[in-house]
Design a protein around this ligand. Structure first.
Ligand SMILES: [Zn+2]
Length: 292
């Protein structure tokens, strides 16, 4: 009888501890810094999921979402379509206040792209997206450098897609861009994906006075790829060494649902305090860091 009581008490304590540990998962405000808006109903995904305006509104209707960055991608050699898309996402975000626009230009549009950045800045746009694979450019090209300079002059933050298995030197090119444009602010999406280890070099660079600490990383995609994998500890370690203050949450919707991306990020192994920074505080600071 006595043994049975001891066993029951042990079971109750274990249950309490387990429930308490689950409760400790971050449950506060969320800024999603990486969400796509596509006006086409044709989906590139096998399960047919879309990113139409109604999909965004439905997926982000909960009050925990405070800011949601909405991305459009500029085509090449079509400045009229580029401008129309940018105007559409700006109008969408004006109608739905928790969303903010992440506009785009194509680096190969050269002067037209630079003029578009100035126009966007005057409209209050704070973020610009560039994507080396889908827009087919080299991060080391002079056109990209001009875009970074123009964005910096206009106090705009650049969100670079950070996945490019076709250019193994791309992460080094990002570091060079950051170094050549110390006043710029860049976010490298997906933290370089499978090459996330490259950014451990920041452990050394950040010790040097001349290296500007002007790169942030979002965990979109990488949290999905490496969820429940042996790499989770390595990602958390790298983020801590780089500086948790420079890590942002993103879902890459519709690539993942917001709920799946949140769960994957929570399960990587960060502390509750770190999750609070990643999900909300860091992006709030970055959002307000360029005073206009
Ligand atoms: Zn994306």
């Amino acid at each position: 009888m006595k043994t049975r009581i001891i066993l029951i008490v042990h079971f109750l304590i274990l249950t309490f501890l387990t429930l308490n540990a689950q409760d400790k998962k971050y449950n506060g405000y969320i800024n999603d810094t990486h969400v796509h808006l596509r006006y086409e109903s044709e989906s590139p995904y096998r399960d047919g999921r879309t990113a139409l305006p109604k999909d965004l509104i439905r997926n982000y209707n909960q009050s925990k979402y405070k800011r949601v960055g909405v991305i459009v991608m500029a085509p090449t050699n079509n400045i009229e379509k580029t401008k129309a898309q940018n105007d559409s996402v700006i109008a969408f975000c004006k109608r739905h206040s928790k969303f903010y626009p992440i506009c785009s230009v194509h680096p190969n549009d050269e002067k037209l792209a630079l003029d578009e950045i100035e126009r966007l800045a005057k409209l209050g746009v704070k973020f610009l997206k560039l994507h080396s694979i889908t827009q087919d450019f080299d991060v080391a090209s002079s056109n990209v450098s001009s875009i970074v300079q123009k964005c910096t002059e206009n106090k705009m933050i650049i969100l670079f897609d950070g996945l490019n298995p076709f250019d193994p030197a791309q992460n080094g090119k990002f570091l060079m861009l950051a170094l050549q444009n110390p006043e710029s602010r860049m976010i490298i999406a997906h933290m370089g994906g499978a090459d996330f280890h490259d950014f451990a070099i920041l452990i050394a660079l950040n010790k040097l006075k001349w290296f500007p600490q002007n790169i942030w990383f979002d965990l979109s995609g990488i949290s999905d790829i490496y969820a429940d994998s042996p790499y989770e500890d390595q990602i958390v370690w790298t983020c801590r060494k780089i500086g948790i203050e420079h890590i942002l949450y993103g879902s890459d919707f519709p690539y993942t649902t917001p709920e799946d991306a949140i769960t994957d990020t929570q399960n990587l192994g960060f502390t509750d305090d770190e999750l609070s920074k990643i999900f909300y505080e860091n992006s709030e600071k970055l959002f307000n860091s360029f005073k206009k």
